[in-house]
Design a protein around this ligand. Structure first.
Ligand SMILES: *Cc1c(COP(=O)(O)O)cnc(C)c1O
Length: 476
């Protein structure tokens, strides 16, 4: 091709492609519109419902360019106006969190500057921030300095990294798979089962250890089961404990389970995805033994109220994580080989990734940890207040919760499960406050999960009003 032709085509393409680099005045106007929308959204939160049962209209990508103001209006109607309002304090289902404001600013800065947070050499500053967040987490859970960690997109990927390390340490492959045993409880989060399947451990023997009447794993039974499995020629290799179960908020007796794991040379994993940050509160002693875990999962997008997309995993034996995840390729030969564990990509299946450390680092630097801790203490009291209101209004509640998740049901004289299910449906179509359901000990129950930072006493009063309003409808 003639150079003149190249130059003229470049000229032509540039007039089209430069649209992606938005000029300053347009940029300012766009930022203003987004800021206005964000402020409007936050100001309206106290007045909107927790759940909208409707489905979104078309959000198809059109053939013609659209305007930001049009798209923001569409977003408000079809995204914010459908499903659970997870940023609102009225989200009391599943495990909420909320999404603190400063994290949004951090994401904005991270996206504008776009540092490469996968490899130390590429952005020593960004990776140092990632690692300082990990260091902070290690200090909270009293993990040793030489433990490693990774910021992930959430608990499920954290679990995958942890189990992968356990598998590699015990070299569970080929014919060993069907003889290996994992111990967990029926209240374990389903992401544990999913991780086993993804890792090719679908065929391991899984033992569900029974729970006591506070929904905590019973150590004696675990001990006996391990012994039985050993005498049967099986190979016990991992105990999965939960510090804050999703359904009931229970914390397994970590120290006793750690003793058993240690005595039998098993990998001790603690899933603290939901409950972990309560170690910073007056419930600290319930977490005794968590520092003895070989691997630990905790979700800042739950207990630190960050926007979705931030989980963390801590692992003591770095060699186990490096085994599967480290990779050296020619195109990465400039990366410093001695900096292995400094680079997130060597501890995770991800290479190129969002610079997610900033969304935790910035709020912690700006607010300090005290507001986070106060918020967690507040949730512990709110669940007690909610339970008090429920009992006073004739409902039955589950056992005193370890943390901020509990459950209730109405003691209808007959068809209690069916009628509580109808009550749940009423609550969903009312939508003022969002609750979810579960089946616990064979009974249909309605869960309360209080963790959103915007959930306050007034939210609980509002929830109670809604529940009574819905109950009256069932009883009509
Ligand atoms: C939420 C949760 C998970 C899964 O985490 P995600 O961030 O949703 O992937 C795992 N374990 C427990 C106890 C949880 O509450």
């Amino acid at each position: 091709m003639e150079v003149e032709s190249i130059l003229s085509q470049l000229d032509h393409l540039n007039t089209i492609s430069s649209a992606l680099d938005v000029p300053k005045d347009v940029r300012q106007e766009m930022i203003r519109q987004v800021a206005d929308y964000a402020n409007h959204f936050i100001e309206e939160l106290p007045h909107v419902k927790g759940f909208y049962e409707r489905q979104p209209a078309s959000l198809e990508i059109g053939d013609h360019p659209s305007t930001l103001s049009h798209l923001l209006a569409l977003y408000e109607k079809e995204v914010v106006g459908t499903g659970i309002n997870a940023a609102s304090g009225t989200h009391l289902g599943y495990i909420p969190g909320g999404g603190v404001f400063v994290s949004a600013l951090a994401d904005f800065i991270a996206d504008i500057t776009n540092p490469y947070a996968g490899v130390y050499y590429a952005s020593p500053g960004a990776v140092t921030i990632e690692n300082e967040v990990i260091n902070w987490l290690k200090s909270i859970f009293s993990f040793p300095e030489n433990a490693v960690g990774n910021l992930t997109s959430g608990g499920s990927i954290s679990m995958l990294i942890a189990f992968n390390a356990a598998r590699d340490k015990y070299a569970i492959k080929n014919e060993k798979v069907v003889k290996s045993v994992v111990y967990l409880s029926e209240q374990v989060h389903h992401s544990a089962h999913k991780a086993l399947r993804i890792l090719g451990l679908e065929d391991v023997v899984v033992r569900q250890i029974p729970l006591d009447n506070h929904h905590r794993m019973i150590p004696d039974i675990l001990s006996q089961q391990i012994e039985m499995d050993q005498s049967a020629g099986l190979m016990p290799f991992m105990v999965v404990a939960t510090a804050g179960t999703t359904d009931t908020g229970a914390i397994d007796p970590l120290n006793e389970l750690a003793d058993i794991a240690e005595k039998n040379n098993l990998w001790f994993h603690v899933d603290a995805a939901y409950g972990g940050f309560f170690i910073l509160t007056s419930r600290k002693s319930l977490f005794d033994g968590i520092q003895r875990a070989d691997s630990l999962v905790v979700d800042p997008h739950k207990g630190m109220f960050l926007p979705y997309g931030l989980g963390a995993v801590l692992i003591k034996d770095s060699s186990t994580v490096l085994h599967s995840n480290r990779y050296e390729a020619h195109y990465m030969q400039d990366a410093d080989k001695d900096e292995l564990i400094k680079s997130p990509s060597n501890l995770s299946p991800e290479l190129t990734r969002h610079f997610r450390g900033l969304r935790m680092w910035l709020p912690l630097q700006i607010h300090g940890k005290q507001p986070f801790i106060a918020c967690l203490e507040e949730k512990l009291l709110l669940v007690q207040y909610f339970r008090y209101l429920l009992v006073r209004n004739g409902f039955r509640v589950g056992p005193e919760p370890d943390l901020s998740v509990s459950y209730f049901w109405y003691p209808f004289e007959e068809d209690a499960d069916e009628k509580n299910k109808s009550l749940m449906q009423q609550i969903h179509s009312d939508g003022d406050v969002f609750l979810s359901s579960s089946v616990i000990d064979g009974r249909y129950v309605i869960r309360i999960a209080i963790l959103a930072f915007r959930t306050k006493k007034s939210t609980i009063d509002r929830a109670m009003h809604m529940i009574l309003r819905c109950l009256r409808k069932i009883q009509e």
